[in-house]
Design a protein around this ligand. Structure first.
Ligand code: ATP
Ligand code: MG
Ligand code: MG
Length: 354
């Protein structure tokens, strides 16, 4: 039977491969730097774990394959300028923005967008990299090599950040997980909680927004939509045409996790409808060595990515699924075995569970 090749061999590719096994799907992540072309067959499928990739023998071969699912979506969403234009075109709420062109001035950006302006590189940014704040008018300046290469966004004074992970099949059917509440610190996701009763009234609004995008793009498989919540109003921050860190909790907390859901979508299997098993907490492990003690914490489901540990680098995550009381006990036990800077993260997660 056919193989599903994944462009990229990071943790997302590895977790897609793991999810393929029980479905009897042969999923093979491909390193973007690989100097040899994968043995692609005509009826194989190609998907991706990242929105952008450098040219290489392997990536050129994968991207040229006739059955590269969502081929045209990657370029469109990998560039923030075309991504934000698409969101505007569909009249969906997003932070007011403009492109930073050769003749753009700081003063013009402040006039149009306000005192606090966030510049984002059009391509290549992740975990908050590729961002530059203009906070002090007349003082902060556009980096010289960002002209033509960035967009400028109004700073949003949001209450919190949520995301919606969902999937569409080739017939246009969509399924969604409940909204996830996310904690980002310095642009990097550190923890998630889902589902939360207090967010349930926003579910339809979020699904309406992501459905419009999925349908417009004729998209197949999993996409994630990061949002800012201000009161009862959602605003799209950014889109990811792939499985997403804020959906990792579904590995412990849903009958069909996001990796399986994506594989079902791209391979034309029934999407099904994920049954949520309890309240879920995901703790991202960032720049920290693996600790055996984590495994002794009640309910902890650790996924270690096997990458070299570097400051600010996502190297694993721990999922918990249960009830509020049990989760709180586990989080407090886990905190004893995490670096000091996690105290705030654990406190934040715990506060969501009342
Ligand atoms: P990811 O790792 O999710 O791909 P990224 O580097 O692509 O992240 P964004 O998601 O655009 O970057 O921004 C990272 C974080 O910066 C957001 O989660 C949010 O906390 C903050 N942020 C982004 N845009 C704004 C904005 N317009 N106003 C205020 N804060 C913002
Ligand atoms: Mg991003
Ligand atoms: Mg983001």
């Amino acid at each position: 039977s056919s193989t599903i090749w994944v462009l990229g061999a990071g943790q997302l590719g590895a977790m897609l491969q793991t999810a393929g096994r029980p479905l009897n799907l042969d999923v093979r992540p491909v390193d973007i730097e690989s100097a040899s072309a994968p043995a692609l067959q005509p009826d194989d499928l190609v998907t991706a774990e990242r929105e952008q990739w450098p040219a290489s023998i392997a990536t050129d071969a994968l991207a040229a394959h006739a059955r590269f699912v969502n081929r045209d979506v990657f370029g469109l969403l990998a560039d923030r300028k075309t991504q934000k234009s698409l969101i505007d075109e569909l009249h969906l709420a997003t932070a007011p923005w403009q492109a930073v062109e050769a003749n753009t001035t700081e003063a013009a950006l402040h006039t149009r967008l306000g005192e606090r302006v966030l510049l984002k590189r059009r391509t290549g940014g992740y975990d908050g990299r590729g961002q530059h704040w203009l906070r002090q008018p007349q003082q902060d300046t556009i980096p010289s090599d960002w002209y033509g290469q960035a967009i400028a966004e109004q700073a949003i004074a949001f209450d919190e950040e949520v995301s919606l992970v969902g999937a569409r099949d080739a017939q246009g059917n969509c399924v969604f997980y409940p909204l996830t509440l996310n904690l980002h610190v310095n642009g990097i996701l550190l923890g998630s909680v889902a589902p939360l009763n207090r967010l349930a009234h926003l579910q339809a609004q979020a699904e309406h927004m992501l459905s419009a995008l999925l349908n417009k793009l004729n998209y197949v498989g999993v996409m994630a939509m990061e949002c800012f919540r201000t009161g009862d109003h959602l605003m799209i921050n950014e889109l990811a045409p792939r499985v997403h860190n804020s959906g990792h909790w579904t590995q412990a907390g849903a009958s069909i996790n996001q990796f399986e859901l994506h594989l079902r979508g791209v391979s034309g299997l029934p999407l099904g409808s994920p049954v949520i098993k309890g309240t879920n907490v995901m703790v991202n492990l960032v720049g920290t060595e693996q600790q055996t003690a984590w495994l002794a914490v009640q309910g902890a489901e650790q996924i270690w990515y096997g990458k070299e540990v570097r400051p600010g680098r996502k190297v694993g995550h721990i999922n918990f699924c249960g009830n509020s009381a049990g989760l709180k006990t586990s989080l407090s036990a886990l905190q004893n075995h995490l670096p000091d800077n996690y105290a705030d993260v654990i406190a934040w997660l715990t506060a969501q569970l009342d």
